[in-house]
Design a protein around this ligand. Structure first.
Ligand code: FES
Ligand code: FES
Length: 163
């Protein structure tokens, strides 16, 4: 089928088999390998992308469902500044600063899910952030530094929004 959608702020048109998984189309056809496969069964969140701003497990989505929708992957979370510099999302910056990553398989999904969560709930506290990220599993870090980073990102984003 012919599919039209927005991907990381660009219009895309693809000819694809409609029941292929979005995760596979992103990684294999579009070479966006930031979305990871952990479980392949909707349990771990490693494959998270944003569809119309909401986090979705791309391993569970047939690509046919994307027609007319807006998709953001980890490759599209950072923005470009006016001088062409890369401006990391507050969540990405905090994960770097706090060392909230080890093997990195969970990190793209966590960054996207947390960024969307902070857009929806800018005042989310530590306990709420843990709940909002409950669908994103990490087998390495023990979560402490990830949650520390997200608390910091929430505070930074609230500060930025007041400017
Ligand atoms: S790979 Fe999709 S939820 Fe685990
Ligand atoms: S850093 Fe390895 S799964 Fe989270």
């Amino acid at each position: 089928m012919k599919l039209r959608f927005r991907l990381n702020d660009e219009d895309k048109e693809l000819d694809v088999e409609p029941f292929r998984r979005l995760l596979d189309v992103l990684r294999e056809d579009l070479h966006l390998t930031g979305s990871k496969e952990g479980c392949g069964e909707g349990e771990c969140g490693a494959c998270t992308v944003l569809i119309d701003g909401a986090p979705v497990n791309s391993c569970l989505v047939p690509v046919a469902q994307l027609d007319g929708h807006d998709i953001r992957t980890i490759e599209g979370l950072a923005r470009q500044g006016t001088d062409g510099e890369v401006l990391l999302d507050e969540v990405q910056q905090a994960l770097v600063s706090f060392g909230g990553t080890q093997c990195g398989i969970c990190t793209p999904g966590i960054a996207l899910c947390a960024s969307a969560a902070l857009t929806r709930e800018p005042n989310a506290d530590r306990a709420r952030l843990r709940e909002l990220l409950a669908g994103n599993l990490c087998r390495c870090t023990g979560y402490q530094l990830i949650i520390d980073a997200l608390v910091d990102a929430a505070s930074t984003r609230r500060g930025n929004s007041k400017r």
